[in-house]
Design a protein around this ligand. Sequence first.
Ligand code: NAP
Length: 284
Amino acid sequence: MKLLKGTDYIRANREMLLKRAQALPRAPRLAVVRVGERPDDLSYERGAAKRLSGFGAELVSVSFPEDVQLETFLDAFGKLNADPLVDGILLLRPLPRHLDESAVIALLDPDKDVDGITPQNMAKLFMGASEGFAPCTAEAALRLLKTAIPDLTGKRAVVIGRSLVVGKPLAMLLLAEHCTVTICHSRTENLAAVCRDADILAAAAGKAGLVDGSFASDEACILDIGIHVREDGSMCGDVAADSFAERDVLLTPVPGGVGSVTTMILTEHLIRACERKMLQRSHG
Ligand code: NAP
């Protein structure tokens, strides 16, 4: 087994992104909107703040108590949309049940939607248009994959998971790269057999250790997108990495794989949002 590490992607792209950030007239600013204090949200926020600061970008945390009223929440959201110094908005989800997630998403300015959750950015992704923002995790998985296989044309790709956050957008990105894509989910029959046919297997089921040695042929490239925290605090993914130890596959590790590239893509999207705003200002 060979590891496809996030650090390889980050090292190769850091310098160019830094130059773009330094060319901006001010620090790009991301507003992270959080309801409550879920440990995984707080940990993602800390990771994002650290990555952004490495590029001179700022993260502003906008937090609300669990019982915040929809009206108050939407009002704050509207203010972030209108704030000229906020370039990107990241909404940490899922929201508590009493907040209507689709109403919140509908309000989000697509130009500030750096994690690609608005219908406008989703539509661009599904239309194969490159100028929108794709969800960061899906794009991170693709970018990391392309460091190992730059030309994906004709490859058979199997994606386990059909969520709007990871599975579907990743399938669309792979399709745009001319892969032949199969999407699997909890009702897929003979999952392991379907996966064994893949040149590229992306695991985003949210089930620790689901993908074992029987799921992949030798020479497959496996993207492990799942993130799980074990009782002892260590992390693992959807792939039982041990069962591939003696196999000739390429695997993204957890931690240090797709997750580590995700905040890099978030930073790139934020810089792009800020660049566009500056361009619009100079033209208008
Ligand atoms: P999700 O919304 O729960 O979706 C999981 C998908 O996997 C669903 O489509 C589900 O099928 C399918 N699935 C569940 N069990 C399955 C099984 N046994 N066999 C086949 N398919 C199965 O999860 P998500 O938000 O997409 O996240 C997936 C994983 O990625 C999670 O571990 C999450 O923590 C991780 N994640 C990582 C990052 C990162 O930066 N690396 C970011 C976001 C999420 P149905 O549709 O039929 O229910």
